[in-house]
Ligand binder design. Structure first.
Ligand code: TZP
Ligand code: MG
Length: 206
């Protein structure tokens, strides 16, 4: 799992989740996470069914909702520290589904890896207005610290933009997500491509 990781945000989106995800898939993103904190379950279910079809050839993950992931045959879920524990989610989902866990420090990262997480969301790296309860920015030092002691992929998130993404990648993140500076812009695909270019340049530079 690496490169630009796409997360939906219908409150910031200009053209809606269906349009944004179609564009992200056309850009060649490897992962799409459907995150919807505001809608009722019926709406989330119906949108997830549509998004699953658009994401037939990319990894399709659902934020928080194990039930929606199961019923839409998503590839997995993304869970936070206050969601269903990773070990319990694994029991429900089985060994073949992907489970991503948000972590804020090294202890949470080690615990998530031991509990069978497939990748970690390292959060928040910088200050963000997109998730108001994200906590105190950890800086890229947290990516470096976790990178040294944990071997599963690290996806950095929180306040990442085109100016600070290079230091995030250099710190050891396998992937990154930047919601507001992609989804709130008119040309979602152009913004995604800029991040994808940074990853390509990093690979070449190494
Ligand atoms: N989880 C941790 S920070 C965050 C999420 C979903 C929001 C990131 O949004 P932005 O706009 O890229 O700062
Ligand atoms: Mg959650």
């Amino acid at each position: 799992m690496n490169g630009y990781y796409f997360i939906t945000d219908s409150t910031l989106s200009r053209a809606g989740n269906i349009n944004d995800v179609s564009r992200a898939v056309a850009c060649g993103v490897e992962v799409v996470q459907y995150r919807n904190k505001n809608a009722e379950s019926r709406k989330i279910y119906e949108e997830a069914v549509r998004l699953r079809k658009i994401c037939s050839d990319v990894l399709f993950l659902i934020n928080d909702r194990i039930d929606i992931a199961l019923v839409t045959k998503a590839d997995g879920v993304h869970l936070g520290q206050t969601d269903i524990p990773c070990l319990v989610a694994r029991k429900i989902l089985g060994s073949r589904k992907i489970i991503g866990i948000t972590v804020h420090n090294l202890a949470e990262a080690k615990e998530a890896e031991t509990s069978g997480a497939d990748y970690l969301g390292v959060s928040p790296i910088f200050q963000t207005n997109t998730k108001l309860d994200a906590g105190k920015p950890a800086g890229i030092a947290l990516i470096e610290e976790i990178r040294e002691q944990v071997s599963i992929p690290l996806i950095a998130i929180g306040g990442i933009n085109h100016s600070n993404a290079t230091e995030v990648i250099r710190a050891g993140a396998d992937g990154l997500c930047a919601i507001s500076c992609v989804v709130a812009k008119e040309n979602v695909d152009e913004e995604i491509k800029k991040f994808q270019k940074l990853f390509k340049e990093h690979i070449k530079g190494n």
